[in-house]
Design a protein around this ligand. Structure first.
Ligand SMILES: [Zn+2]
Length: 380
């Protein structure tokens, strides 16, 4: 069913892995420079590495319009979210330099098109809301008024915050192939991993060869757990509770869009580029507030033909420790009532930590709770 790449893994989206890294052009100094936002910088880095294959640059109008309307690129290939560069006006020349906030030159873009877009329509279609209290919508509404499209050549990659975890798709694929994995499940997270996530990642791993724990390290909301604390949680958890030869921990450099269902599709497609054949989709994946229904991010996969995405979503329920079952379970597997279940909301966990209390061992591994406690106190 799945197309195989030469490494024995699932083929990248569109058939081959894009590589938009290249040499710094000589005439760069004469080019107009565009400063990218942090979201655009994340996208640029993912374009460079092929994480966004088959995209080779920021989207042109045809791709953009069809993605917004139908979740497909102009050529028909599934694609769930715009990857666009917002500008104030059309550039003078046919090339521009892309720079970060410090002015460091990272890439050149061969100007293809400059086009208008409708923010409210993009919000309504992609985020399912035009409410500017939604963090993704707020960011969209604050954008410059035109989109600039074109192929990028990236000669200055962003400095990764966690160099050991910064594996490009070619590198995760190499690791998977070396370990003899063919069926690999990807797990997206922007939160610390508690026992519930441990349970479902291990449940998924039971049926495949390997597990890629792929925490998002790009920009998130300021009230999400800081990335350094999260990375430390993943490290201690893997060290104590996962077999080292079955799990790879690596960073996913994307910025959170909080687009819920569409972002679940987008996350899955990106993970296919990293070599994953399966992808875990939990309840309210990539959601925020009450904007999306509990199962919307799972149901949206039905909008594509079977195997059209060529990455198999694995749907999971919220898990908890059940005292009556004496083990981790979900509403699917446990007949007991809520009184038997140890379940804490993120808010409750933060409250406990703020009071200097560790969450119960049924909820968090003690090593993880310890890291969270240290993270909470060091922020005060
Ligand atoms: Zn039970």
């Amino acid at each position: 069913m799945n197309t195989r790449a030469t490494d024995g893994l699932v083929a990248p989206h569109g058939g081959h892995l894009v590589d938009r890294t290249g040499l710094r052009p000589e005439k760069l100094d004469r080019l107009e420079a565009l400063t990218l936002t942090s979201r655009e910088l994340s996208d640029l880095d993912m374009l460079a590495s092929g994480a966004l294959s088959p995209l080779e640059g920021f989207m042109g109008r045809d791709d953009y319009e069809r993605v917004v309307d139908e979740m497909r690129l102009a050529r028909g290939l599934p694609w769930a979210l715009p990857v666009c560069l917002a500008v104030d006006r059309a550039p003078q020349d046919d090339q521009v330099a892309l720079v970060d906030e410090s002015g460091r030159e990272l890439a050149v873009l061969d100007v293809d098109e400059v086009y208008e877009y409708d923010r409210e329509r993009e919000a309504e279609r992609c985020f399912r809301t035009t409410d500017d209290a939604h963090p993704g919508v707020a960011r969209l509404y604050a954008q410059k008024p035109l989109y600039l499209s074109g192929r990028v050549t990236v000669f200055g990659r962003a400095e990764p915050e966690f160099p050991q975890l910064a594996l490009d798709p070619t590198e995760t694929r190499r690791v998977f192939a070396e370990r003899g994995w063919r069926r690999v499940v990807g797990f997206q997270t922007r939160n610390p991993i508690h026992r519930a996530h441990e349970y479902l990642t291990k449940g998924a791993l039971e049926t495949v060869d390997g597990l890629l724990i792929h925490p998002l390290v790009g920009e998130t909301k300021s009230d999400d757990t800081p990335v350094a604390t999260r990375v430390e949680c993943y490290r201690v958890l893997l060290e104590g509770y996962y077999p080292a030869d079955r799990v790879l921990l690596s960073a996913f450099p994307a910025a959170m869009r909080y687009a819920g269902p569409r972002e679940a599709i987008w996350h899955a497609i990106c993970r296919k580029n990293y070599g994953c054949s399966h992808f875990i989709v939990g309840r309210d994946h990539a959601g925020v507030g009450d904007y999306y229904g509990t199962y919307d991010a799972q149901r949206i996969f039905d909008e594509f033909e079977p195997h059209e995405l060529e990455i198999e979503p694995m749907f999971f329920e919220h898990a908890f420790f059940c005292r009556a079952c004496g083990q981790m379970a979900t509403p699917k597997t446990c007949p007991h009532g809520g009184d038997d279940h140890v379940f804490l909301s993120g808010t409750k966990v933060r409250e406990l930590l703020a009071e200097g209390q560790l969450p119960p061992a049924e909820f968090s591994r003690p090593e993880v709770a310890e890291v969270l406690m240290n993270g909470a106190t060091s922020r005060e």
